[in-house]
Design a protein around this ligand. Structure first.
Ligand SMILES: [Zn+2]
Length: 368
């Protein structure tokens, strides 16, 4: 039987619908019934692309765009044209990352592993339309869970990309996996970043991304001159850390096999020296944690030492996404481990690509 599935379409508008800026993310569905591009002309014609709500529960981007347009758009012209992509207003209505019958939108852009579907076709169309508009840069705004600082992620190591990221945060993460992300698909054509703005609903995240968007709208260009090594601290993910499923664990002074320190998540995005303790090991589990590299190989001994009744780091390392949420630890992982990329060694090359030796592919340490 030959079933044909109706193609999905996106909407393109050259104005902000009346009343839209009054609506929180959860009410946008009243004006927008799916992915929508909103083009707003500014003095400099070449647009900045800003993507919000690819994940319907990550509202910071929309809150920032809304405030930006309330302060500018209604009274004067923007310094540069803006293209806003509102990704998933239907999921936002239900405060969900995506609906049950939808895929994760930020896995469907060109380059995705996923096979041909109505969604990959839809996002290919949006992608091609964005390219026609010749954006100066592409910014995709996200939130994550846990106590993590704000950071920007890039998918290519080039001076202009790093410079753009550094305008948001000096800590920058490089990733190429998972595939099918908007920022990766655009990064072949223009500087492109994913912003991780902390937890959804935090006013600080909105303030920070709003200030970043304002800065970007005022840029004349994004320079390819080498970035100052102090301006960008670049990291990539090297391993995922799991708690052994047989190990009883807890936080603080608890009678468990593995008692993590109470404030473990304050280590997120801190470069820890070798010998830093994550907590105490009781009852002699020889190896309470398991670290796997991006190929899945067991690399525990490279990163941890358990010989002194504690979980200690065996080399300098930076954890991210450490959480005290037991469910997340059991179902997903304890944390990711990140290492520095010394991009500055390649600085004599304009641009910096190709990658420093040994860094072939890297996963994002978050939810992106
Ligand atoms: Zn996200």
């Amino acid at each position: 039987m030959n079933t044909t599935v109706a193609p999905l379409e996106f909407t393109e508008l050259d104005h902000v619908p009346k009343g839209l800026l009054e609506r929180p993310a959860s009410a946008l569905y009243q004006n927008l019934d799916g992915p929508t591009l909103i083009r707003i002309r500014g003095r400099n014609e070449r647009p900045l692309v800003v993507s919000v709500l690819q994940h319907g529960n990550e509202i910071t981007g929309w809150e920032a765009v809304r405030r930006l347009l309330k302060s500018h758009y209604q009274f004067d012209e923007l310094p540069r044209s803006l293209v806003i992509l509102v990704g998933n207003p239907l999921a936002a209505k239900h405060r969900l990352r995506h609906l049950d019958d939808q895929p994760d939108f930020n896995r469907c852009w060109p380059g995705a592993n996923e096979t041909d579907s109505v969604y990959t076709r839809l996002f290919r169309q949006i992608h091609d339309r964005l390219l026609e508009l010749r954006p100066l840069a592409c910014i995709d705004v996200h939130n994550n869970t846990g106590l993590n600082p704000h950071y920007a992620a890039v998918n290519r190591i080039r001076s202009d990309y790093l410079r753009l990221a550094s305008l948001f945060s000096p800590k920058v993460v490089y990733f190429t996996m998972p595939s099918g992300t908007l920022s990766h698909s655009m990064s072949e054509f223009c500087p492109s970043v994913t912003l991780e703005c902390g937890q959804a609903g935090e006013i600080h995240g909105t303030d920070h991304s709003l200030a970043f968007l304002e800065t970007c709208l005022h840029l004349d260009e994004i320079s390819l001159n080498p970035v100052d090594a102090d301006a960008v601290h670049l990291f990539h993910m090297v391993a995922t850390v799991y708690v052994d499923s047989d190990v009883l664990f807890g936080f603080g002074h608890v009678p468990a096999d593995l008692a993590f320190r109470e404030d473990l998540d304050k280590f997120n995005f801190c470069e820890l020296p070798a010998g830093t303790s994550f907590g105490e090991v009781h009852n002699g589990s020889a190896r309470p944690l398991l670290a796997r590299n991006t190929e899945g190989a067991d690399v525990t001994a490279d990163y941890f030492f358990f010989g002194r009744g504690a979980v200690e780091t065996a080399r300098e390392i930076m954890p991210s996404m450490l959480t005290q949420d037991r469910r997340v630890i059991q179902q997903d992982c304890l944390c990711y481990l990140m290492e520095r990329i010394h991009y500055e060694d390649n600085e004599e090359v304009t641009g910096i690509d190709p990658l420093p030796e040994g860094i072939l592919r890297s996963d994002t340490p978050g939810e992106t």
